[in-house]
Structures are given as C-alpha cells and as structure tokens.
Ligand binder design. Structure first.
Ligand SMILES: Nc1nc2c(ncn2[C@@H]2O[C@H](COP(=O)(O)OP(=O)(O)OP(=O)(O)O)[C@@H](O)[C@H]2O)c(=O)[nH]1
Length: 865
C-alpha cells in the first residue's frame, strides 16, 4: 500500500466517522463530483475526505459547490441533480454537452461509467488509479488524440441504476427525494424497486439486492414512502420533515435537499400536525431495513393505529401489514419520539461482502471489447453478425426476428471481440438496453437504402444513455443507388458526426452480403476498444452478468453469463439473486467444454439450482454454505415482501383509484420461453398502458403454462399470455372449465396488438369476434393503381366485403385489417359463399402470397347481461 493509499478511506468508514448514512455520504460525494464512488466500499480520495469533513464541520457552506480537484473529479460544474440525470435522449440531440471525461488533462476521454454500477464493478473504470493512458502506448495512437470530443455521454447518476436494486439495497434510491418521486400512477405509493411481489418464475424469487427489479408495471404496493401528491397538495409532510431535519442536526442540508424542504411555515400543516399529536414513545429502536407497520409499532411500543395515523399525517397511506421502507420507518419513528439507530441492513452487509475489494491498477490486464449490434428492424443486424461469425442464424428465428441474447467470440488479427446478439424489434427495447449495460461498444447498423429510422434513433439514445460509444456500420452498400453520405447526414442530425466530417464517430460502409468493409468495421471496433483501454483483473474470483437463462430438458437450468472480472472455473460456488450452485460445466460459444473463462468472455454455465434471472449479477463465493445462506435469505425476504403485499391494498392505491375512477387494469400472467423475452415483453406491454387503462403483469415466468398459472389468472381476473410456450394439458382443461383466457403467441407484434385491442375493449362497449369464413389465396394478381389482389377460393363460411380480415401465413398471422375489394369475376360483390372463387384486395396490404389464408370475421357488440 502506498502512502497515498493510507490516506484514503472507504465510504462506509467515513460515513461512520461522520455519523452519516453511507447513502447520504455517497449522495454528497456525487454532488461534489467525486468520481468512482459507487458504493460503501469505494475509496474516497484525501482531498474529497477533507472537503466532506469541512462541510460537516460547517467550515464550508452546506450547499456544496462542485469541487475543482478532488482527485478523480468530473470536469464541468454542472451540479449533479439529486434525481437521476436526464438521459442524453432528453437533451437537445445535436448538442454535445460537456462531460466529465472531456476535461481530462490528457485530452483523452475517460471511460465513462456504466448505467449499471454493479455490472460495473471490477471494470477498469477506476480513474482514481494512475492510468496508463497518460504515458502509455495508446497515447500515440493516431486517432486517440482526435477523440477528445467523443460524445460526452452523461456522467451523472446513471439512469436505471437504482431501479436495478431491491428493497433496502444500499444504493437503492440514494438520491430520490421524498417529495420528488416520479409522478406516474404508482399504486399504493410503492416505489419502483420496492419489495412488491415480483412476478417470478419457477418460484425463483428475485431477491434483493438486484433480484427485485421492478417490472415496468408496478406490482401491488407494499413498501410505502411519503407521497408526492400529498406533499404537493400542501400536505403536512413538508412541515413534518422540517422538524425531522432539525432533529437530525448535522444532516440537515442534505435532508433539505432530499425533501425539497423550503422550511416555510405552513399554517395548515401545523394544524394538521396538532390533530395527530400523540403521546411520544420513549423507546430505542433499531431499524436496519424495510419493516412492516405492525412490527414497527411493536418495537415502538405504540398502537398500530397511532402509528398509522402518524404515517397518514406524513402522507403515507398504509395498512398494518404494509411494509415501510427504511427511510420512512426512521422518519416516523423519530417523529414519534423514539431514539432511532439506523443499521446497515442485511442487504447492505451482503453487498459489502459480495463486492469485495476494488482492483489495483497493476492487477488489471487488457480484455476484449463486448460489442452489441443495434439498429432498426431489417437493417441487417443478424446478417452482419452472421457474416462476421460465418454462421446462419436468421433462418431459425421465429418470424425472422432475433429474440434472444446470445454471445459469440470473434478472433480477428490475433485479438478477440465478443459480440452480443441483441434484438432489433422495438419490443425488445429493455433487452437491448440491458445488452448495452454489459456492452463496451455499440455497433449501430443503418441500412444505406433506408437511412435513419425510429429504432435507429432509439438505439442511439440507448447507447448514449448507457455511455456506450457507437461505431456505425452503414450496411447494404452492395445495393444499387444507395448513398452512404445520406446516412452520414441523417446521423449528424442525431448527434453522430462522422470522423471524415470532423466528428468523432467511426462510420464504416459495409455489406453483410458481400462482406465488403467488414475488416474495417472490426478494426474500428478494436480501435475504439484501445481508446477505452478496457481492462480487468483476471486473477480473482469471477463476477459478471447473467445474459440469458433457460431451462433445458436434459441439462436443467442453463445460464449464459458474461464474466466481467476474474476467472470463472468449473467447481466455483456462485450466487446470483437467490439462486446459487456450483459450476458443473462451462461451455463456450462454440459448444466446447472449457475449464475456465476470463474477463469479457461469454459462457454457458451448468449447475444452477434454479433459473437465475437475465440481467442479474453473479458472484463467486468461497463457501457454498455462505452462498446458500445468502440465497435463502434473499428468497425469504422476497417471499415475505410478496406476502405482506398480498394482504392489503394501501389507502394510497385506493385513493389513486378513486382519483382515476376511469382507470381500469388489464391483468396479465406472462409465460415465455426464456427470461429475456418475458422481461422484454412485460416492459413493452406495460408501455401500452394509457390514461384510461393500465396493463399489469402479475406474474412472469419461464416454461409452459401450468395449472398454477391458470389458478392465479382465475383468482385475479387475468389473461394468460404464452409466448413461444405450450399449455400443459391439465392447465388447458382447468382454463376451459374456469373460463380463463389463455393466448399463445410466437410473434411479439401479435401480443402487443392483441393487448392493445384488449385495452380498447375494456373501455368501449365489449365486442366479440365472430368468425365468418376462410379463403385460400391460390393466385396473386398485380392490378395497376390497386395493388395486389388475391385470387381466392372460399374454403369455409362466407367472405363478407364488410368483414375484417386476418392474413395467416404458415400458421402465423402476418396482417390484420379490412377488405378493400371483393369481386366475382369483374363484379363487385358483397359476399361470396363457400366453394366459390373470388378476388380479394386488402386495404394497406399488398404482400398477399399464394398459400396465404384469409380469415374473415366481424366484431359484434356483446350485450351486457
Ligand atoms: N442487399 C443486402 N441485403 C442485406 C444486407 N444485409 C442484410 N440484408 C437483407 O436485409 C434483410 C434483413 O436482414 P436481417 O439480418 O434479418 O436484419 P435484422 O436487422 O437482423 O432484422 P431483425 O432481426 O428483424 O431486427 C434480409 O433480407 C437480409 O438478407 C446487405 O448487406 N445487403
């Protein structure tokens, strides 16, 4: 250890010394722009320690100015917001706001932090350590210097970081002010990441700290925090908080900030406060995490009703069985006169144990870049990857859409590049975004003949939000009359300026068909990797991220993981969420069994006791018993929170419903073939929620639809969506008996379409589909100015000109719409009966093919009984 290292302290040590909650200290350090502060274990540079001490001792003003030179400090003085910083997407797209890494003295961009800080640890992003780049070999790389203006992706708190944490996790919502929660409808005031019952698969509880990531549709609430609306409406919380702040003395400036405390006297609040005045309790309570109201009341020696009244006065609407998050519990207990001791929760202690020590510079070695290919549908992502890997994936994909994240390693010029397959369809936004979180470089595929499309822009935004640099592949240049320059121009409008034009984005014209430009593309990726100086310590226990997980009939739970640091070996004891096990076998991307894999490498892992969850971290522990006990504890916490959630609906939710009386819920049980799809689908479905109807995914799971799924759906009035999975026969029988609607799909668009319709159906008079007839396309005519007309034979029922039509190709619905024309010979007719031929033209659909089945139906209003 160097002299300098001795002066450094870890966050939790400093927090202890200053009698501060570590999260608050982290918050403060972030505000001071001190970099590399990720968690309790992060080290704080001496300068920053001094500044913090000065602030706490009142020598410096309590509202900190971003300090200039606290060791590894971000450059610009833009104050770090308490809430997650706006994504790049929210900023003017053409502007490149200054970023921390632009200000580094060597003119080279520092590698920006990633959105998922846990996926991050062990990644060589430690600017605190001396970096090779200041003198290192790459300093002389010709393009390095030019890159000082690399897109300045945000350096603020990373979006999504907190979302990935479970209840009471150490950094869970460290910055979220109580009065500054997202304003969307959140039943029961449950915070995202709160320990509401998380839809699980196969009983695998998503235990904290990461397992309990929220679905986009918040599950029924359990953990409750003071309510923003109450606050805004002049509720008493502001005043309450003021007094709380005062009691807490040395924390006040941060609490002021957190709670938006203006310290104005509010007469009404005062009055209300009087109303709920209770005899103070004189107990000492220890709060180390979320706690159920009645348990807190017991600890306080108070009546639960008194506690609830006090909570209501704070704007927290709860029942006795609801859970309070730690922060709220501390506030209310203090308010009630208790002496409160805040302790690190079990989760926090776990987190410290699992994170281990940070790597030192000399332990780090170069590692291959992990690359995600992104882009608009059909721009050639799969083809490009295929060409690079010289394999063919496209043919086997359902509906021609990439649906799972896979990974493969390319060896090129003696170096490796790891490619993650990320899907291109919008519905997989979540998966793609997650892909970007383990990604070092994003390859943005833009078809030269199509140019920038909506999902191109989305991909750019995701990469920017994830601080992932983009290399553009302008694809399909083998096509005639394509113009790569046009793509360059269009991309400029979205903040990506080609190097040739003085910008800093490498743009490489390629053809996935002919292979032209691919070498240049790989070279550019490696160049980008060099600039980033990707490093990891291979000589330590492995940790990384679960990329994909599925149940294999023969092999049991199989997870594809990406090692972010350390070396993963057969026999290692691992832990991921509440799943643990011993690595039985490792299989690389070529299907070979290997004994160990190092940083950046993807590998299939066998040996999990249950399915881990895609997107979760994994760590290697020394002791299997320890892994088991942490896994069990996480599972039981998760169970408890879902149980406490199922017992009651909070008043807050009730209120919300009253307020939005038109709001209705569409409850769904979602089963999919793999976790990634399920998760992505859940998020896409949630996005269909509108002002009047909300999609709520009650349960997501992997594998066939089972009896218990049907029972759940029956009990909660839900529809079951099976995506790429079958229905067990008993489940089917039960569903029929109980009139549970089970729908099976293979194509994601269809799920979204159907659910969209279901949402509409909920709000308008109910309609049911009435089958009219079916026709088979036997010939296709191209009629000038009209388009394609199918020469059809009616095989069943009758075709009505006024009917709706569904085009089914090889068992898959490829289009739904209206009939534009129905003819018998040259005459327009209203209907054609079974056994006759006719010509059918469809509105806005010209892709009729021989063999297509046209199913014609109508919608009839269902009379209320
Ligand atoms: N001419 C030409 N066609 C290409 C090229 N690359 C891809 N295509 C074609 O473009 C279509 C779409 O290619 P995919 O690779 O499936 O595109 P994708 O972006 O992976 O599509 P999704 O998985 O649906 O998002 C296919 O018909 C390919 O044959 C290219 O370089 N030149």
């Amino acid at each position: 250890m160097t002299e300098k290292d001795k002066d450094k302290v870890r966050v939790y040590e400093l927090a202890k010394e200053l009698k501060l909650d570590s999260r608050r200290l982290i918050d403060l350090l972030h505000r001071l722009k001190v970099e590399n502060i990720k968690n309790h274990m992060s080290t704080v540079e001496p300068d920053a320690v001094k500044t913090v001490r000065d602030i706490m001792e009142g020598k410096l003003p309590p509202e900190p100015k971003p300090a200039a030179n606290h060791g590894p400090v971000g450059g610009p003085s833009r104050p770090r917001p308490a809430a997650p910083a706006p994504r790049m997407a929210d900023r003017p797209s053409t502007a490149h706001p200054p970023a921390a890494h632009e200000s580094r003295p060597n003119g080279r961009p520092s590698v920006p932090p990633r959105p998922n800080d846990r996926a991050n640890y062990g990644r060589p992003y430690n600017n605190a350590a001396p970096r090779r780049d200041q003198t290192g070999p790459n300093a002389s790389r010709p393009m390095g210097a030019e890159r000082s203006n690399r897109p300045p992706y945000q350096s603020g708190p990373r979006p999504g970081m907190n979302e990935r944490r479970g209840p009471g996790a150490p950094s869970g919502r460290p910055n979220a002010p109580m009065g500054n929660r997202p304003s969307g409808p959140r039943p029961g005031g449950a915070r995202p990441g709160g320990p509401g019952p998380r839809p699980q698969s196969g009983g695998r509880p998503g235990g904290p700290p990461r397992g309990n990531r929220p679905l986009a549709v918040p599950p029924p609430p359990t953990t409750t925090r003071p309510n923003k609306d109450q606050n805004r409406r002049g509720g008493p919380n502001r005043e309450r908080r003021s007094s709380f702040d005062e009691k807490r003395g040395n924390r006040n400036w941060m609490d002021d900030e957190r709670y938006g405390n203006k310290r104005k006297k509010n007469h009404k609040s005062q009055e209300r406060r009087q109303e709920v005045a209770m005899p103070p309790v004189q107990r000492r309570v220890v709060i180390s995490g979320p706690i159920v109201v009645k348990d807190l009341a017991e600890q306080l020696g108070a009546k639960a009703t008194d506690l609830i009244k006090r909570l209501i006065a704070l704007g927290v609407m709860v029942g006795v069985n609801n859970e309070l998050d730690k922060e709220t519990a501390v506030i209310v207990a203090t308010e009630m006169g208790a002496q409160v001791e805040e302790r690190a929760s079990v989760e926090e202690r776990e987190e410290i144990l699992l994170q281990g020590d940070e790597d030192r510079e000399h332990e780090l070695q170069e590692r291959p870049p992990v690359v995600t290919v992104m882009g608009h549908v059909d721009h050639g992502k799969t083809s490009l990857l295929d060409k690079i890997r010289s394999t063919r994936v496209t043919a086997s994909e359902a509906g021609g859409i990439t649906q799972h994240i896979g990974a493969s390693v390319i060896d090129w010029n003696g170096r490796s590049i790891v490619f993650l397959d990320t899907p291109g369809h919008e519905a997989f936004t979540a998966m793609r975004a997650r892909g970007a979180q383990v990604t070092d470089v994003a390859v943005l595929v833009v078809a030269a003949n199509d140019g920038v499309m909506p999902q191109t822009i989305e991909a750019i935004n995701h990469a920017k939000a994830a601080n992932v640099p983009i290399v553009v592949a302008i694809n399909k240049i083998d096509l005639p009359d394509v113009n790569p320059e046009r793509v360059r121009t269009e991309l400029t409008e979205h903040g990506l300026v080609a190097e040739e034009w003085g910008g800093d984005t490498m743009m490489v014209p390629v053809s996935a068909h002919t292979g032209e430009g691919l070498d240049k593309l790989l070279e550019s990726i490696l160049l980008q990797a060099d600039i980033m100086e990707l490093k990891a310590n291979p000589n330590r226990a492995a940790s990384g991220t679960i990329i994909e997980a599925q149940l294999d009939r023969g092999r049991g739970p199989v997870a594809t993981v990406l090692v972010s640091r350390g070396t993963l070996r057969v026999g290692d004891v691992f832990l991921s969420g509440s799943v643990y096990g011993r690595v039985r076998a490792l299989i690389n991307d070529r299907g070979e069994r290997v004994k160990e894999v190092g940083p950046s490498m993807p590998v299939e892992v066998l040996g999990f006791n249950q399915l881990p969850e895609a997107g979760d971290d994994f760590v290697i522990l020394e002791d299997e018993r320890q892994a088991k006990s942490i896994a069990d504890a996480r599972a039981s916490r998760s169970r408890q929170s879902s149980e406490s959630g199922s017992r009651g609906v909070s008043l807050d939710e009730f209120y919300q419903r009253l307020k939005d009386e038109a709001m209705q819920d569409l409850n769904l049980v979602l089963k999919a073939d793999v976790h990634g799809s399920a998760e992505a689908l859940a998020q896409s479905l949630a996005k269909l929620s509108n002002d009047e109807a909300r999609v709520r995914v009650l349960h997501i799971g992997v594998g066939s639809v089972t009896e218990s799924d049907v029972m759940l759906a029956q009990a909660s009035g839900a529809i079951i969506i099976g995506f790429g999975v079958s229905i067990e026969s008993k489940a089917r029988q039960l569903a029929e008996r109980e009139h549970v609607d089970v729908r099976q799909y293979r194509i994601i668009y269809e799920v979204l379409d159907d659910v969209k319709q279901a949402l509409t159906g909920m709000l308008t008079p109910k309609f049911q589909e009435v089958f009219l007839g079916r026709a088979e396309v036997r010939e296709v005519f191209r009629v000038p100015k009209v388009g394609a007309v199918g020469g059809c034979y009616v095989t069943e029922g009758k075709i009505l000109r006024s009917g709706q039509v569904r085009v089914v190709r090889e068992g898959t619905v490829i289009h739904e719409g209206s009939i534009a024309s129905l003819k018998r010979f040259k005459d327009d007719v209203r209907e054609v009966a079974s056994g006759y031929e006719c010509g059918i033209g469809l509105e806005k659909f010209n892709d009729i093919k021989v063999g297509d089945i046209l199913e014609v139906y109508t919608q009839e209003e269902v009379k209320a009984s």
